[in-house]
Write a protein that binds this ligand. Structure first.
Ligand code: 5GP
Length: 164
């Protein structure tokens, strides 16, 4: 078996469509989608179109610094969404993967008091996740290569442009 799970752009198209179908079939009609940047932005955008939801919000959470390397705890980075914008809403949280689930738990707990209902949709869920997502496309215990983060950046933060 391959060491890594490989999600291609093509397969992501299928995955996001099937994930949206799960949400629709469950009867849940989110008022807004809350994406977890950066990977969750792709998922939230695709779900937004498929579920006909235009109200998209973003939360920036930093946890991983490399393959299986992470900070002690996930950290919310500014800007943090305004709780007033979420108040009373049915919220669908979208992310690429629930690995430990700590990131999703942070976001779900952040919403919990303000919103009417919060559910989570991910492309992948790993067995150790402390959050059981309501909508999951695939389950795996391997490291996943996502199409948006497999290639190195074309330019580094210090301004240096990297070779093709
Ligand atoms: P968690 O808080 O569930 O441990 O991790 C959430 C975030 O860590 C994901 O949104 C993703 O950015 C990153 N992450 C966790 N597992 C993987 C993985 O297998 N592959 C990649 N590329 N990122 C991962």
């Amino acid at each position: 078996m391959a060491e890594r799970e490989e999600l291609t752009w093509d397969l992501f198209g299928t995955a996001s469509r099937e994930l949206a179908r799960q949400v629709a079939d469950s009867g849940f009609r989110p008022d807004l989608i809350l994406s977890i940047a950066r990977g969750g932005l792709f998922v939230a955008g695709a779900l937004g179109y498929a579920l006909d939801v235009k109200n998209l919000h973003v939360m920036n959470v930093e946890f991983y610094t490399g393959v299986n390397e992470r900070l002690d705890l996930p950290v919310m980075l500014p800007p943090v969404p305004n709780a007033v914008d979420l108040a009373g809403a049915r919220v669908l949280v979208a992310d690429d993967v629930a690995d430990t689930g700590a990131t999703l738990k942070l976001v779900r707990d952040f919403c919990a008091d303000a919103v009417a209902e919060v559910r989570c949709a991910v492309v992948y869920e790993k067995p150790a996740s402390m959050v059981s997502c309501e909508y999951v496309w695939r389950r795996t215990d391997r490291w996943i290569n996502f199409p948006w983060s497999t290639e190195p950046p074309v330019v580094r933060r210090d301004g240096q442009v990297l070779d093709a």
